[in-house]
Design a protein. Structure first.
Length: 443
């Protein structure tokens, strides 16, 4: 083989897009960055260029979100969350087209995941979060950013030794991605399949007061990162042709069959775990989302038939086998505890629904929505005067924590659905539920 022929067989340089760096305070070292193996193209968030025009794209975590922090006069930290839905939806389609064309995406993990606030599910409000909504993949945040990670994939070692840092980690059930980096036993960076790279890093942000100048380390940051991406990507691209892989060893055939059975079982377990997680939404939501979450617990958790009023979203009715209402439910969320006006509203809304004062009525309250930072803080008791007030008005108070613990007892077999129905339809005051049982308090 001549030198000219050898050069012709060398792979062409990859064309890689670095997208929206300015959104994360990173100033590009130039419009392009070129080496023998790749050319990096730096494009702003509002660029008209498409992801699938390139061989790969580098995207920063949080690019499509805006989170602002403020403090009330009482000192409570609040988050305001907004995201660019139209741009996000467009880029999601482009990533899928990029994959179809054999390209790759690299997600730079540079901040904690914000997956929910007090009233909304935020698990898919960023490109990184959307593509990491993978079955049996769970993401967790460290209490604070870890400044050093342990490289596992040697091709990323130079980058991780210089720029590696982790704000979050991942847990998988039933499958293992190829690890890129760890912190202790925690997986913090990985390759999923052959197309998706997740790399934990601290970004080379522009220096304060020099917003038009890149960090001196920015050029090295991208060079070391893409050097690793190119090497690993080309290794993963070496696959057996389909006609070769059609030949199977006997043990290989058996192993593939066992794998299919196990994956099906893992998928079922994953769906069950997701259902349990969804039950817990009643502890964080407010407004219409809280009503929907409570209805899900009543219907899916306990198996009740539930009727929701279209006009009055906070009103629910638990129906009997004959389709007639058995229990009227009022659903409310509050940053504090149960107040007198909440009981009064449950009473008046029962009347508004055309029901007599003696008709069973329950007040389901998600308390301490923004104040609680633990289950212990969430478990704030109902005040005695509110219990007595509810007793006088034939209203049964349940905190969402009580409802969740009652569901746990039901799932454990400690209480039947019929017994739950009896508790909800005959009691008044406060139904206090613990991990071991329940107690009906009248004062």
């Amino acid at each position: 083989m001549t030198l000219a022929e050898a050069r012709q067989e060398e792979p062409l340089p990859l064309q890689v897009l670095v997208y929206g760096a300015e959104k994360k305070g990173v100033i590009a070292p130039g419009r392009e960055l070129t080496s023998r193996n790749y050319t990096l193209h730096f494009e702003p968030f509002d660029t008209a260029r498409r992801f699938d025009e390139f061989d790969g794209v580098i995207v920063f975590q949080g690019t499509f979100e805006r989170v602002t922090h403020s403090t009330t006069w009482m000192g409570e930290g609040l988050d305001r969350h907004e995201y660019e839905k139209d741009e996000l939806d467009k880029r999601i389609r482009e990533v899928k087209l990029l994959y179809d064309g054999g390209g790759f995406a690299c997600f730079l993990l540079c901040e904690p995941f914000l997956d929910c606030d007090t009233s909304r599910d935020l698990r898919a409000t960023d490109l990184v979060k959307y593509f990491l909504l993978v079955d049996n993949l769970y993401r967790r945040n460290f209490a604070t950013r870890v400044a050093h990670v342990t490289p596992v994939l040697s091709d990323f070692k130079r980058f991780l030794d210089r720029f590696g840092a982790a704000s979050s980690w991942f847990e998988t059930v039933g499958w293992k991605p190829r690890p890129i980096a760890t912190v202790g036993r925690h997986l913090v960076g990985m390759v999923i399949g052959q197309r998706l790279f997740c790399v934990p890093s601290q970004l080379p942000e522009a220096k304060p007061g020099k917003i038009h100048e890149p960090d001196p380390n920015t050029k090295e940051f991208f060079e070391l990162l893409v050097d690793g991406l190119v090497v690993v990507g080309r290794k993963l691209a070496v696959e057996l042709p389909v006609w070769v892989d059609a030949y199977e060893f006997d043990r290989e055939h058996d192993a593939l069959g066992q794998k299919a059975v196990l994956l099906e079982e893992v998928s079922k377990l994953g769906a069950e775990i997701d259902a349990f997680k969804r039950f817990k939404w009643i502890l964080i939501y407010d407004g219409d989302d809280l009503v929907d979450a409570v209805r899900y617990v009543l219907e899916t958790g306990f198996g009740f038939a539930v009727e929701a009023a279209e006009e009055f979203r906070e009103d629910l009715k638990i129906l009997g086998e004959d389709g007639k209402p058995l229990v009227f439910a009022e659903v409310k969320g509050t940053t504090r505890g149960v107040k007198r006006e909440h009981v009064n509203q449950a009473d008046s809304h029962r009347e508004r629904a055309g029901l007599v004062p003696t008709f069973p009525s329950i007040l389901i309250m998600n308390t301490s929505i923004k104040n609680a930072r633990s289950l212990e803080e969430k478990d704030e008791p109902v005040a005695a005067e509110q219990i007595e007030h509810a007793k006088r008005h034939n209203v049964l108070i349940l905190r969402t924590l009580d409802l969740l613990k009652l569901l746990a007892l039901h799932k454990r077999g400690t209480v039947t659905r019929g017994e739950v129905q009896r508790l909800l339809s005959t009691g008044s005051g406060w139904l206090k539920v613990t991990d071991r049982g329940w107690e009906l308090l009248a004062s």
